[in-house]
Design a protein around this ligand. Structure first.
Ligand code: HEM
Ligand SMILES: Nc1nc2c(c(=O)[nH]1)N[C@H]1C(S)=C(S)[C@@H](COP(=O)(O)O)O[C@H]1N2
Ligand SMILES: [Mo]
Length: 501
């Protein structure tokens, strides 16, 4: 079987494996019992799993699992169904037919159809959501802001925020809830009431998922993960307490942090999602890491982390842990798929086979790179003669870097114009935690061709630029796509409307 191609590609798995599978199926299907399968539950003894009536050897796939090694090992020697009923993003053709099927080694002789029938739905209590969002998945919820809504509000209303959950939304009893701050053997616990008593600070910060614009990369070659368009990004005013002050109150001054060799700070949500950032970001007077309990003046919504979430302004989405339960001060980075494995690491564009690199050599994504997108292209008719093409969008960079400039082309990059920077363009230097909106109006008489090949690219306050070629932004996990954003449009003669191609 074309196992190698299968595993290391996570892409481009094709006909060969499928064909050899059918050939193999017809020839001699091996039979196993549940009992035999259960013995294969470690890398040494090989990792076998069952799915419905079939048996699979998933040993070689384990290190490439986007959900992490620990999670997939839970199913070692067992059936996938109970796990996949929780993580239902697996129930799709790509995973079942393209990844799992070629790993088949036989089938069960004692298959019981009802053995793993799971009657409880872990997503049953997930909150109600806005139908106007674009849903990629509901179990767990992954939904983005449709591009035509993105610029309606510089501060995204709570029910228009993108949602990126890895698990069911945790149900929290606020009276029992405590945040634990762990250092060596000490645990400091704080209730929400105690946290709220500290000095409240408001902060406007944009959050963007590392996978935003993944669908653009998929046009080049397959990647793995939710196929976000440009809307896995939103902006809010958060109210909370600065983490630096919480730590100071507990005696963790800059000196104590230095003396104790604390280098990283870990955040863990009630749902088990965890990640870490360098401690420097927290103790820096201009780092602005916030423990937020309010979003746009309301209690933090369930989907966005009720009752407490950490806001790490300027850093990629995954560092902004929701339903925050544990904070740990450490000399090391956090463990787990979102920090140490491939989930949020930027793999080089020329690596298609993860075997060629050592993941430990690749740092996880922290500050997000310079980004800009075109959200709409409209025809503005001020009078019969006064007609403009109006192009609008957003730009955003990590690390508090503001936007110096946005360049727009309507002729595929032959000529360029400077867009006008709108909301967000006046943020404090190196503290521009929120996105910047931009627009460009071009008088219709200046438009020579019906076909508009629109491109935008932004430059941040450190003069960082976006890669022009999507090939250079592509990576196997589909993260950090910040290549020039392009939309082809066509001016219709009769209706004078614009059709996006
Ligand atoms: C052979 C078995 C498995 C295969 C082929 C597989 C494959 C995958 C793939 C391709 C993804 C990326 C999907 C996406 O984001 O669209 C994924 C994500 C994930 N998997 Fe699995 N998986 C397997 C078993 C498991 C098991 C047993 C668990 C849990 C116990 C699990 C937990 C997860 C989680 C939590 C994610 C989400 C990670 C994230 O969104 O960052 N997987 N898996
Ligand atoms: N506990 C927890 N925190 C989390 C996540 C999660 O699934 N669980 N998702 C992360 C990811 S990948 C992103 S992009 C953002 C999404 O935040 P939002 O759903 O409020 O838009 O939260 C991050 N924090
Ligand atoms: Mo994300």
């Amino acid at each position: 079987m074309a196992i190698k191609k299968l595993i290391f590609g996570l892409s481009g798995i094709g006909l060969t494996s499928g064909l050899s599978y059918y050939f193999f199926k017809n020839k001699n299907e091996k039979k196993f019992t549940y009992e035999e399968v259960s013995k294969h539950n470690s890398i040494d003894k090989k990792v076998w799993v069952t799915y419905k009536k079939d048996v699979y050897d998933i040993t070689k796939f384990i290190q490439y699992h986007p959900g992490g090694k620990d999670k997939i090992m839970l199913a070692g020697g067992k059936d996938l169904e109970p796990y996949w009923n929780i993580y239902r993003q697996h129930l799709n053709d790509n995973i079942i037919n393209t990844i799992l099927l070629p790993l088949k080694i036989g089938s069960l002789s004692d298959y019981e159809h009802n053995k793993y029938l799971n009657t409880t739905d872990p997503y049953i209590s997930d909150p109600k959501r806005n139908d106007l969002l674009k849903f990629h998945n509901l179990t767990p919820c992954n939904s983005e802001v449709p591009s035509n809504y993105l610029l309606d509000n510089w501060i995204t209303p709570n029910d228009f925020w993108y949602i990126r959950n890895h698990n069911p939304v945790p149900i929290v009893d606020i009276d029992k809830f405590k945040l634990n701050i762990n250092f060596q053997k000490n645990i400091f616990s704080l209730s929400i009431k105690e946290i709220k008593k500290l000095k409240n600070t408001k902060l406007i910060s944009t959050i963007q998922c590392g996978g935003n614009r993944r669908s653009g990369l998929n046009k080049l070659d397959k990647t793995s993960g939710t196929t976000w368009d440009i809307g896995a990004i939103s902006n809010a005013e958060w109210n909370g307490v600065l983490l630096k002050e919480v730590l100071n109150n507990l005696g963790f001054t800059s000196e104590k942090i230095n003396d104790n060799n604390i280098k990283h700070i870990h955040f863990e949500g009630i749902d088990g999602v965890k990640s870490s950032i360098p401690i420097e970001k927290v103790i820096n007077n201009r780092g602005d890491v916030l423990l937020a309990f309010e979003m746009n003046g309301d209690t933090l919504p369930e989907d966005h982390g009720f009752p407490l979430r950490v806001i790490v302004p300027g850093h990629v989405g995954i560092r902004n842990i929701k339903w925050l339960k544990n904070i740990t001060l450490s000399d090391k980075e956090a463990d787990g798929p979102w920090q140490k494995e491939i989930a949020y690491k930027g793999i080089p564009h020329y690596i298609k086979n993860l075997n060629e690199i050592n993941l430990d050599d690749i740092p996880p994504i922290q500050e997000t790179p310079i980004q800009s997108c075109i959200t709409d292209i409209n025809l503005l008719e001020i009078s019969d003669k006064d007609k403009y093409i109006e192009i609008r969008g957003f730009a955003y960079s990590g690390g508090g870097r503001g936007i110096n400039r946005v360049d727009v082309s309507i002729d595929d990059g032959k000529t360029w114009r400077i867009a006008e920077l709108k909301e967000g363009s006046n943020q404090e230097y190196n503290r521009a935690w929120a996105w910047t909106f931009w627009e460009l109006k071009i008088h219709i008489t200046e438009i020579k061709k019906k076909r508009l090949k629109v491109i935008c690219k932004a430059i941040d306050s450190s003069y960082n630029i976006q890669p022009d070629k999507i090939e250079h932004a592509w990576n196997i996990r589909g993260l950090n796509n910040n290549s020039w954003h392009r939309i082809d449009s066509h001016i219709n003669d009769k209706t004078f409307g614009l059709k996006h191609i």
